[in-house]
Design a protein around this ligand. Structure first.
Ligand code: FMN
Length: 169
């Protein structure tokens, strides 16, 4: 059976609730790059691998193909504004948000303060996949905090009703 059309495909994808991430890196010239992504997924436990899919037409595509390190920052519910900002092209994305940057002594990728979790990834593989590239990263370090997640569902940002007690259980 053939796929009906692109709209039906998009409608089907919009039924899948996901978290929202900011994927961030710094290139060899010290320029920061980042984009909003909901295509994040865990891949493997041993070694610890995760993936995110990046559109080939993204301004940051070349930078992420070359990047040795990047962070995947899983957003908390109060970070909807960051998600919107990093989904716009041609913006100064970084200066308005509280990132912690790597140094020569500690060259980690940009880490977004206030995220639910930040995964420090070392580039493992990149796979060509239609109009996207699948970036697979090995997680070298994790920063975790306690908060409720930002959710993307049915083409909009949502919040889930979870109490601190439920989070701790
Ligand atoms: C909720 C949400 C999820 C998104 N997920 C992805 C994604 O998984 N992969 C992707 O390439 N773009 C995704 N985008 C679009 C990019 O964030 C957007 O195209 C961004 O402008 C790319 O940045 P750049 O062109 O400056 O590199 C998403 C946008 C939103 C609002």
């Amino acid at each position: 059976m053939a796929l009906q059309d692109a709209k039906t495909f998009r409608d089907a994808l919009s039924t899948f609730p996901s978290g929202v991430t900011i994927v961030s890196t710094t290139d060899d010239e010290g320029r920061h790059w980042g984009f909003t992504a909901s295509s994040f997924s865990s891949v493997s436990m041993d070694p610890p691998l995760v993936l995110v899919c990046l559109a080939k037409k993204a301004d940051s595509h070349a930078a992420f193909l070359k990047a040795r390190r990047y962070a995947i920052n899983i957003l908390a519910e109060h970070q909807e504004g960051v998600a919107m900002h990093f989904a716009r092209k041609g913006e100064d994305k970084f200066s308005a948000h509280p990132f912690r940057y790597g140094t020569a002594q500690d060259p980690h990728p940009p880490v977004l303060h206030g995220s639910l979790a930040s995964l420090h990834c070392v580039a493992h593989d990149a796979y060509d996949a239609g109009d996207h590239t699948v970036l697979v990263g090995e997680v070298a370090h994790v920063e975790l905090s306690e908060a409720t997640p930002l959710v993307y569902f049915n083409r909009g940002f949502r919040k889930i009703d979870v109490t601190p007690a439920q989070l701790a259980a």
